[in-house]
Structures are given as structure tokens and as C-alpha cells.
Design a binder for this molecule. Structure first.
Ligand code: HEM
Length: 402
């Protein structure tokens, strides 16, 4: 196989400090310009991977599950790993993936999401009540952590007071997210599995108006139900996928707005800008920095020979700043941006199932904050996590004014 020589900078894509420092964008721009499909040599057991940083290629690969599969891992850390059964539906390909989507999509249809609107708004209100104008607040623990978890409790139809438990469980699933021992994490995962399967068993007997009931009874009596393991896999994925992502959209989005006071003022003056602002904040924060695929056949991408079996990293955060798609101001936050074809929810058959819900959550939070506060400013330094997968924010001190 022919490969370009190692790009001088692409190796930094896996450097945690790049993300903790908060500015991987200069590197992305250099890669898009000089080496949009760059081979990243690895020091680990696997040989390396291709990093794809331009929007057309990221979208094309996402849309082509036959040429670039998900079942051989979606994270760089998974290169070389094989699974007896897929850990999430994100790790599946057609026809298995098509079946999962068919079974679970009814739980996410717009009418289901609309049903949740009043409950989501009430949860936001309860948390935003704690924000005092003129006083510094770390928005992460006060709003961004509890809010998506409370919404997930509602989505699953379980008691909202359980959210701290859900938080602990969800952190235990993600390697490196907590300082717990492997045994402790394993124990929490068993606890989570037993709890969620218990809820599903109850709903199978007495279905309610919630997602667990939709999933527990999916396929009806037609013999195509989700097995217990599949159901648990899916519920755990929801807990994790719908939580960290939305959390960082809110923290990162509000931190960005605190640095762009004119844009806050523009939204206060014209609330019809809020939906476009949500899209721009999704583009700007790109909560999932990248996911991976594996080439199932040889191909050529931007002049590079991709071999069967090569891992290919889709760098969504770079595609979202591609000047060929977003223009000369791709590096500017512009809440009225239209069109805004960001790839923050991925692209193709794995397009985020929770996108409508995440958009609803962000819109409701923005609307309620705009109702109450004339402005928002930074009140300290934003602290980021060292993850190259999730654009995580640990602390975001802000101050809202009347
Ligand atoms: C700002 C918030 C969110 C972002 C940025 C986000 C991002 C993503 C991305 C990039 C994918 C594509 C995975 C791939 O291509 O391999 C994805 C898939 C998925 N997301 Fe989200 N997500 C968000 C919120 C949510 C929420 C709220 C839920 C559910 C409660 C959710 C559930 C899922 C599921 C189930 C999948 C897998 C879909 C499939 O494999 O077909 N996400 N998400």
C-alpha cells in the first residue's frame, strides 16, 4: 500500500494537551490546507490511522457504511479490538444496524420529543432558578451536568431524583472519566445493567408513555423484539450518549456566548434567531470531536491510497471549520449563520438519534436564560478536559446580569 510520509503535525491529534489547551483549530486548519487525509503513525500496538479533516470527505465516509464500517470500532482506542457482541448500536453496520434503527426510531420521532417539551422546560426552570444575577456561577455543576440527566430520567420514565446515580453510572462506562478502580467501575456497570433491565421488565408488563416502554415492546409480537442484552446495550448507550454530549454543548455554548456579548444582545432583540444560534453553537463546540471507521476495501481519498482494514478518523471538529464549506468566516461565531451544514451529529445512517431532543434542550435553555438575563460574561477561566473524543468542559465560571 502507498502512504504519504508522516505528516509533521497530525500526530498531535491524539495529544490530550491539545484539547485541554482549548485550541486545536490552528492544527486542523494546517491539516485541511496541507494534508486533509493524513496518516497518523501510532506508538501503540496498532499501526496508526488516517485523519480526515475536510467536510466533503468526512460526510462522504459517514454516508458510506459499506466502504467504511463501524463494527471494527469507532474510537482510536478500539483499533484492533474485536467484540463478541456490539457494545453500542454505533458499533454496528447494515443489516444489523438497519434493524436497530427500525426498532428504536419510533421512540425518537418528533411527536415523542414534542411530548417531552413541557417537562424539559420545567427541569430547565428549576435549575436556572438557582442562578443569581451579578454572582459568578460555574455553569457546569449548576446546569450542564444535571439538566441532560434529568431529561434522560424523564425519557426513560424513571424518578428524576435518581440523576446523581445515573451520573455515576454513566461516568463509570467511559474509561478515564472517573478516578474509580476497575472493580468499582465494573460493579457500577452491573448495578446500572440490573436497574435498567428491571425498569424494562416492569414496562413490558405495564407499558407507559416513555422510551423504555417503546423499546421494551418494540417489534410487538412479530418475533423481532430486542433481546435482553440488546435492550440493556441500548439503554446504557442512551444514558451515556445523551448526557456528556449535551452537557458540553451547553457549557461550551454558554462560555462562547459570554465572549460574544453582541450575539447575546442580538438574540435578546430577536428570539427567532435562537434555533439558528443552537445550530451555530453545535458547530462551534462540536461536542463529539471525532469518531472512527475502518475501510472495508481499497479506495483513494484526496490522492491517498486507503487500504482495506485501515482505520479512518472523521474529525468532525475540523470539518465544522472547513472554509470551503463555511466560507471565510468559518472561524467566527455567527449565530445567524445560514445555511449551517455542520456535522456535529455525524452524517449518514448513524446520524444522531437524539438530535431533535438535544436541539430542544439547547433551545429551551437559551430561551429561558434570555428571558431572565440581559447579558452573560466570563467570570474566570474555562477548564477543559484532556479528551480527544469529547470536547469536555470541567468548569465554566460565568456571570449573568439582569
Ligand atoms: C449535543 C448533543 C449530541 C451530540 C453532539 C451527539 C452526537 C452524536 C454523533 C456524532 C453520533 C454519530 C455516531 C457515529 O456516526 O458513529 C451520534 C449518534 C447517536 N446519538 Fe447522539 N449526540 C447528542 C445527543 C444525543 C442524545 C440527547 C441522545 C439520546 C438521548 C443521543 C443518542 C444517540 C444514539 C442512540 C446514537 C447512535 C445512532 C446510530 O448508531 O444509529 N445523542 N450522536
Amino acid at each position: 500500500m502507498s502512504r504519504a510520509g508522516p505528516s509533521p503535525d497530525a500526530g498531535r491529534l491524539t495529544d490530550p494537551e491539545l484539547y485541554q489547551g482549548g485550541d486545536p483549530f490552528a492544527l486542523y486548519a494546517a491539516l485541511r490546507r496541507e494534508s486533509p487525509v493524513a496518516w497518523v503513525e501510532s506508538t501503540g500496538e496498532h499501526g496508526g490511522f488516517w485523519a480526515v479533516t475536510t467536510h466533503p470527505e468526512v460526510s462522504a465516509i459517514g454516508a458510506d457504511p459499506e466502504g467504511f464500517c463501524s463494527s471494527r470500532g469507532i474510537l482510536v482506542d478500539e483499533i484492533g479490538t474485536t467484540y463478541d457482541s456490539p457494545p453500542t448500536m454505533m458499533h454496528t453496520d447494515p443489516p444489523q444496524h438497519t434493524r436497530y434503527r427500525r426498532l428504536v426510531q419510533p421512540g425518537f420521532k418528533p411527536s415523542m420529543v414534542r411530548l417531552m417539551e413541557a417537562g424539559v422546560a420545567a427541569k430547565a426552570r428549576g435549575l436556572i432558578d438557582a442562578i443569581v444575577p451579578g454572582e459568578a456561577v460555574d455553569i457546569v455543576p449548576v446546569l450542564s451536568v444535571p439538566f441532560p440527566l434529568l431529561v434522560i430520567c424523564e425519557l426513560l420514565g424513571v424518578d428524576g431524583t435518581l440523576w446523581p446515580r445515573f451520573y455515576e453510572w454513566s461516568e463509570a462506562v467511559i474509561p478515564g472519566e472517573s478516578e474509580r478502580s476497575a472493580e468499582d467501575r465494573a460493579r457500577l456497570q452491573v448495578e446500572m445493567w440490573e436497574y435498567l433491565i428491571g425498569v424494562a421488565d416492569e414496562r413490558r408488563v405495564a407499558p407507559a408513555d416513555d422510551l423504555v416502554s417503546v423499546l421494551a415492546t418494540a417489534g410487538g409480537s412479530g418475533g423481532d423484539q430486542l433481546s435482553e442484552a440488546e435492550l440493556a446495550m441500548f439503554l446504557i448507550q442512551l444514558l451515556v450518549a445523551g448526557n456528556e454530549t449535551t452537557r458540553n454543548l451547553l457549557s461550551g455554548g454558554l462560555a462562547a456566548l459570554s465572549e460574544h456579548p453582541a450575539q447575546w444582545a442580538a438574540m435578546r432583540g430577536d428570539r427567532t434567531l435562537v434555533p439558528a444560534a443552537v445550530e451555530e453553537l453545535l458547530r462551534w463546540t462540536t461536542p463529539v470531536i471525532s469518531f472512527m471507521r475502518t475501510a472495508t476495501r481499497p479506495s483513494i481519498l484526496r490522492g491517498q491510497d486507503i487500504a482495506e482494514g485501515d482505520p479512518v478518523l472523521l474529525v468532525y471538529a475540523s470539518a465544522n471549520r472547513d472554509e470551503d464549506v463555511f466560507g471565510d468566516d468559518a472561524d467566527r461565531l455567527r449565530i445567524e449563520r445560514h445555511p449551517n451544514p455542520h456535522v456535529s451529529f455525524g452524517f449518514g445512517p448513524h446520524f444522531c438519534l437524539g438530535a431533535a431532543l438535544a436541539r430542544l434542550e439547547a433551545r429551551i435553555v437559551l430561551d429561558q436564560l434570555l428571558d431572565r438575563f440581559g447579558g452573560v460574561e466570563p467570570a474566570g477561566t474555562v477548564e477543559r478536559t484532556p479528551s480527544s473524543v469529547i470536547a469536555g468542559i470541567r468548569h465554566a465560571p460565568l456571570v449573568f446580569s439582569r
